[in-house]
Design a protein around this ligand. Structure first.
Ligand code: DGY
Length: 326
């Protein structure tokens, strides 16, 4: 009888994924609803064929070395900045991610934050709940118009494009900046115009970030970039926290250099720059971009498939380091 691969999973996934993993693998997993410490991951990977991990797990070379039998590191996320991919490639360990399946839920979340920040929904909710609302007022909690405004998308991959498609329903002008420019037919089809980053920052009423986190994008939005934005503008971040210099963002929100922010991700999750907690012009969500039942199940199924195929010596479909096979 074929032996099952040994898989170490760092936190419980949706039930459908757990069923498949328990049927197809000799599964060890963290049964507590918390992140594992580095020491716990080091112990867990010893003897494992597959590591199925999360964006909250830092997988460095020490962990890869401790997992001497590892045939795959399967990340339950599209972003894989939590994994030292270069080190994994040197050790010939394939790394996989979950692209595509969280595009729509993350684009929807971008819109939830954009609309909330623009129309001050959460701020109003706080007013009502703290019983400080004295009734309707003509000058009360006035927000920004969304319809007809200009949306600037920084990064224009799958998620950026899905956000652009939704903007059409609000008759928005959509401009984008990205490392690679689309061809004119694609731009026309999506109804978007290309801008330099500086132009986009100066022109947009809403700036939404959709770049991957890497050396080039750490603090892509810092003090200088925030100062280029309109004082009435809103910054949305559903990408990765370190893309924005959070200290500079606090200064910009406090000084009125920009009007508001809608954030789903932070530089040092789960910690925030302390002053952010007290800023009424920031909507703060706890990294919920892909948090729907359907999306998390699809992400889990994809991560499980990547893991099991690689453990079986086959090339997984969502490989991020093809050089691991060279
Ligand atoms: C990802 O997959 O990178 C998302 O941030 C998860 O919510």
């Amino acid at each position: 009888m074929k032996t099952k691969p040994k898989v170490f999973l760092t936190r419980e996934l949706p039930p459908e994924c757990m069923r498949q993993l328990s049927e197809s693998a000799e599964l060890t997993y963290n049964r507590e609803d918390r992140c594992l410490s580095k020491e716990e991951i080091l112990l867990g990977v010893a003897g494992a064929d597959g590591l199925l991990c999360l964006l909250t797990d830092t997988i460095d070379d020490e962990i890869l070395a401790a997992g001497a039998d590892l045939r795959v590191v399967s990340n339950f996320a599209v972003g894989f900045n939590n994994i030292d991919v270069e080190a994994a490639t040197k050790r010939r360990i394939p790394v996989t991610n979950t692209p595509g399946v969280l595009t729509d839920s993350t684009a929807d979340m971008t819109w939830a934050l954009l609309m909330d920040a623009a129309r001050r929904v959460t701020e109003g909710d706080r007013l009502v709940r703290t019983k400080q609302w004295g009734g309707w007022g003509p000058l009360q909690l006035l927000g920004a118009d969304i319809t007809g405004a200009t949306l600037g998308l920084v990064g224009f991959g799958r998620i950026g494009q899905a956000v652009a498609r939704r903007a059409k329903g609000f008759d928005m002008k959509v401009v984008y900046w990205s490392r690679t420019r689309l061809n004119p037919e694609e731009e026309a089809c999506l109804g978007v115009e290309y801008r330099s980053l500086d132009q986009l920052l100066g022109e947009s009423d809403f700036v939404s970030l959709h770049v991957a986190l890497n050396e080039q994008t750490v603090h892509l939005i810092g003090r200088k970039e925030l100062e280029k934005m309109k004082s009435s503008a809103c910054l949305i971040n559903t990408a990765r926290g370190p893309v924005v210099d959070e200290k500079a963002l606090v200064v910009a929100l406090k000084s009125g250099a920009i009007a508001s922010a809608g954030l789903d991700v932070y530089e040092r999750e789960p910690l925030l720059e302390p002053e952010l907690y007290d800023l009424d012009n920031a909507v703060l969500a706890p990294h919920l971009g892909s948090a729907t039942i359907g999306t998390r199940t699809k992400m889990g199924n994809m991560a499980v498939e990547n893991c099991l195929l690689a453990c079986a010596g086959k090339m997984p479909p969502n490989l991020v380091n093809p050089d691991a096979y060279v």
